[in-house]
Design a protein around this ligand. Sequence first.
Ligand code: ZN
Length: 268
Amino acid sequence: MLDETGQADLAEHDSTTGLGQGPAPGLFHDPATGHPRPPRREFKARGSFTERCPGCNLPVLNCLCPYQASTESEARVWLITHPLEHLKPTNTGRLIRDVLPDTEVFTWYRTAPDERLLALLEDPRFAPFVIFPDDQPDYAGRVVGMDAVGEVKASGRTPVFILLDGTWRQARRIFRKSPYLDRLPVLPLATSRLTRYQLRKPASQAHLCTAEVAAELLRQSGDTTAAQVLDDYFDAFNVSYAASRRYEKIEQPTPAMRRLLAYRDDDR
Ligand SMILES: [Zn+2]
């Protein structure tokens, strides 16, 4: 869930073709002769930035693949992702599935709910919670606290955090326009943590990105290892991507990267 200005993402201006940043290479003409001339140096810099790793979809300059660690958690995460969010390389929801392979990702279409999601909502093994702020009175009766997650675990069911993945405006629309969510308890995330996300400009530092929300929910509900691995993986993503935008190669792994490497080694 991101702020509405999250749409204005520099990375979405990336283009492997060079289009969108002025005339394409080859279309430059020498003003003196009128003959085509080779593209300017700038295009090479842009091109090397936008060359993406097929494994992690990050710029190859600082690829995330060496740090990809997977783990398990008692609670599950299901993402309901706005269709426009899937296309953004800065989306952090996908990081959750990298770390927790049991994560489900559904694409939200207002008039066509995902059949698999509807079936899973009826599955008695799972106890889903919609993660959403408790700032409107009309659903105050559905709001629960983190203790409800503990009660679900004690009863032998699997708690599920349903995250609405998009900008705040998109998340609010998903919440309001999805009748199958109307009967579920609403769990607001209570935290004083501030966002560390550098890739989009938040309206407020208190607006966490989707991976940060998931890490904090896992931490508060007792999945401390999963929370730490996800938090470190998000940190590695964030730092790597931001450095690539500055055309900087990260030479020394950060503390979060070192913890991920150690975790992967232990896992083998
Ligand atoms: Zn990679």
